[in-house]
Structure formats: C-alpha cells, structure tokens
Design a binder for this molecule. Sequence first.
Ligand code: ADP
Ligand code: 5GP
Length: 189
Amino acid sequence: MGKVIIFSAPSGAGKSTIVNYLLKKNWGLEFSVSATCRAPRGNEQHGKEYYFFTQEEFKKRIAADEFLEYEEVYPGCFYGTLKSEVERIWAEGKTVLFDIDVVGGVNLKKKFGSEALSVFIQPPSIAALQERLIGRGTDEPEKIEQRVAKAEYEMTFAENFDIIIVNDKLEEALAEVETIVNKFLFGEE
Ligand code: ADP
Ligand code: 5GP
C-alpha cells in the first residue's frame, strides 16, 4: 500500500486550484481520476478530469464492485473512486491525490489511516464561495444554488480531517498546503 492525500471541500472553495498547483511539483503525486455521471464542464475530457459514465454504466460498475467508494453527491448524480485507479498509481510508485466530497474524504481516511493525509479546504465564507462559483462561470445558476445550499452541511465535516486550510488569500493557502504535504511525504517542515 502506498500513500494517499485527500482533499475535500464545498464546491468552489478552491480545491482544484490547490490540487493542480501540487500536481505541477515534482513530488511523485498523481491525481486519482474519479468516475461521475454528471456532464463534462467546459474543456473537461474523459480520462483526464473524470471518467464520464452514464448513470446506467455507473450502476453496472457499482454492482461489479469496481469502486473503492462512491457517493450520490447530488441527487441522481454519482461520483466514485475506481479501485483500478488507485492500484494503477501505486504500481507507478506514486502517491495518490484525491479530490473528493466530504463524506468520501472521511471514509477514505478511515480506510487508509496513517498512510493518508486528509485536508479540508475551507472558504472564508459562504458568500465568498458563491462569488467564486459565479466568477468561475462554468455552472448554471441553478447548479450554483444547489452547490451553495449544500456548503453549510459540508462545512460541518471540517473537524473530521487531519488539517483545515482556510483558502482566503490563495498565495497563503498554497504555501500552507505545500508545507504540510512536504512534511507528510518527506518528513520535512
Ligand atoms: P473547487 O475545485 O473547490 O470547486 P476551484 O479551484 O475551481 O474550486 O475554485 C473556484 C473558483 O474560485 C475558481 O474560479 C478559482 O480561480 C477561484 N479561486 C480559488 N481560490 C481563490 C481565492 N483564494 N480567492 C479568490 N478566488 C479563488
Ligand atoms: P464537481 O462536479 O464540482 O467536479 O464535483 C462535485 C463534488 O464531487 C466535489 O465535492 C468533488 O470533490 C466530489 N467528487 C469528485 N470525485 C469524487 C469521488 O470519486 N468520490 C466522491 N465521493 N466524491 C467525488
């Protein structure tokens, strides 16, 4: 078993921004590409940001026990981690980086224990979160409302993570994340 790093947060808190920053470093990290049955957003590609499956295909894979974990993150919309994805990354001798919802994040931390670092990215406020989702310009207003409405519930999970990073000023959040990930991987401050 290799190491894993788990990032969870309400949608719009800045998880993807932070994860992409870490992936650019030469630290042997690889993104776990999740499966989803939501539609691709913007330039998203099958096999890169997600494996895009129909709901029917997703359910078939659940029945075939292909997932390490999965959640119905939004009504009718499943997201899950394929076992094959984690095995592929470990086989390369790399550390798996997850961007996953709060429930999935807590479950994976329980599974991997001390081999996992779990990080909760917290927005400075719900209003800031909403502004960021509007600013990102990738979601319909109704989807934004759905995500903001769920955020308060998601925030209650923060204490279940190894560490909480408040993403107010991006530069500061990136520096904090860099320090804790470095320590987890290499034992250095
Ligand atoms: P998530 O992956 O958590 O849904 P993103 O990384 O896509 O969030 O960030 C949502 C939007 O907020 C993006 O447009 C991103 O550029 C912006 N953003 C990220 N961090 C900050 C920050 N600290 N201050 C202001 N805007 C931010
Ligand atoms: P988005 O639609 O914004 O890409 O993701 C919506 C939510 O689903 C985010 O909180 C994201 O972290 C979560 N998510 C993405 N992949 C997985 C996964 O494999 N499992 C679980 N449980 N959640 C996921």
